[in-house]
Design a binder for this molecule. Sequence first.
Ligand SMILES: Cc1cc2nc3c(=O)[nH]c(=O)nc-3n(C[C@H](O)[C@H](O)[C@H](O)COP(=O)(O)OP(=O)(O)OC[C@H]3O[C@@H](n4cnc5c(N)ncnc54)[C@H](O)[C@@H]3O)c2cc1C
Length: 408
Amino acid sequence: MLIPYPLPHRVTVLGAGVVGVATAWALASRGVAVTIVDAAAAPGCGASFANGAQLSYVYTDALASPALLRHAPAVMAGLDPAIRLAPRLDPDSIRWLLRLLRNMTPGRFRANTLAALQLGLESRVALHDLMARHPLDFGHAAPGKLHVHAGADSFRAAQAMVAAKRAAGAEQAVLSAAEARALVPALAARRDPVVGAILSPQEEVGDPQRFCVALLAVLAGDYGVQVRLNTAAAYIDDDAGIVTAAGERIAADALVVCAGMASARLLRRWGLGSALLPMKGYSLTMPAGPEALAFSITDVARKIVICPLGGRIRVAGGAELGVSDASIAPAALSRLQSAAVSALPGVADFAAAGAGWAGLRPMTANSQPIIRRVAPRIHANIGHGMLGWTFAMGTAHRLVQNMTEVGA
Ligand SMILES: Cc1cc2nc3c(=O)[nH]c(=O)nc-3n(C[C@H](O)[C@H](O)[C@H](O)COP(=O)(O)OP(=O)(O)OC[C@H]3O[C@@H](n4cnc5c(N)ncnc54)[C@H](O)[C@@H]3O)c2cc1C
C-alpha cells in the first residue's frame, strides 16, 4: 500500500541538463524551494547540449532487441560503423552488459518499448502543459517524423511494432516507398532504395540546450529557484548534503540526483555503480540546403537522425557503447557527415557544418530511466539513455509522484 507523504520544503537538484531543469520545474511549480547545482558554467552543457533534438514520444524502441542480438557478432567484430562496443572488463560494465543481454528477448524488447512509449506520451502532455504556462523559446516545432527503411527485414519488424504501439495510444502509419517520397521529395535523390517508412505525426523537435537556458531563467525569475553553476559535487552524504569540490556543504531536506553519466559514480554507495554505461554519439548542425525538409527523418540502416531545427539542419548518430571520453574524433564526425549526405543529399549545406559535438548517453540496460528513492532523503532521476530530451518532463513528474508516496 502507498501512503501520501508531503513534499520536502527544500530540495537540491544536482545537474542542470534537461532532466535536472525539468525536475526543478516539477518541484518548484509545486511550491518547493529548489536549489539547482551544476559543475558547468551554463545549463545544458552535458549530454543535453547538441543532441539529436528529437522529442521522440512514440519511437521509443529499446536498445536491447532481438535484432541487436542477431547483429552482435558484427558489432563485436567491429564491422558496423554505426554501433561499436568498446571492450571494458571492469565488474560494473560486465554486470551491465549481462543485463543488456537478458533484455534482448522479443518479450522484454516489446515490454521495454511499450513502457517507454507510456513515458513518452506522458512527457508530451507535461511539456505541452509547461509551454501553455510559460511560452519558452527553444525552437520547438511539431514536424512529425519518418522512419525510413532500406531493408525488408527491418521494415517488417517495425510494422509489427506499429500495431502494438497504436493499441497503446501512439499515432503511426505505414507508408510505401512512393508515399514516403511524396512526403519527402529529397528521398528521391538518395543513393540506396527505400522499401517503406513509418510515419509518426506526433513527434516534435526542439533545441535542448536552449530549453535548459530558457526554463532555468523562468525558474530563477518567477519561482525563486537558486542557481549554483560552476559548483561540482565531489560527494553526497546520507543527509542529502552535497560536499562540493571546494569543500562547501550544500544542505537540503532532500536531494535529487540528475547528473547524467556522473550519477553512477555519485550514487555508487547506494548500489547504482553498475546502473549506467555511456554510449557516445555525435552531432553536426548546419544551414538548411536547397531541398526543403518538412519532417524529421530517422534513417534506420544508417542509425542517424536528420532534422529541421529552426532554419538549420541537425544530424546525429553514432553509438559507441562503453566509451566514456566525450572528446570529438574527427573520423567519427566525417562518417556521420557522409552517412547524412548519402541518406538525404540536398537538405543541408553539409560543407558548412559547424565544429560538431560529442556526448555520452547515460544508458540503462533495459532503456528505462531509473526514477526512485535510493535512501530516505536521496532520489535518483537518471539513465535516460537515447531519449533523455524526450523523457525529461515525464520522468520529472513521475519523480515528484514517487517523492509523495512511501510504501507501507
Ligand atoms: C549524439 C546524441 C544524440 C541524442 N539525441 C537525442 C534525441 O534526439 N532525443 C532525445 O530524447 N535524446 C537524445 N539523446 C539523449 C539525451 O541527450 C540524454 O539522454 C540527455 O541529455 C540526458 O540528460 P541529463 O540531464 O540526464 O544529463 P546531462 O545533460 O549530461 O546533464 C547532467 C548535468 O550534470 C552535471 N554534473 C555532472 N556531474 C556533476 C557533478 N559532480 N557536480 C555537479 N554537476 C554535475 C553536468 O555538468 C550536466 O550539466 C542524445 C544523446 C546523444 C549523445
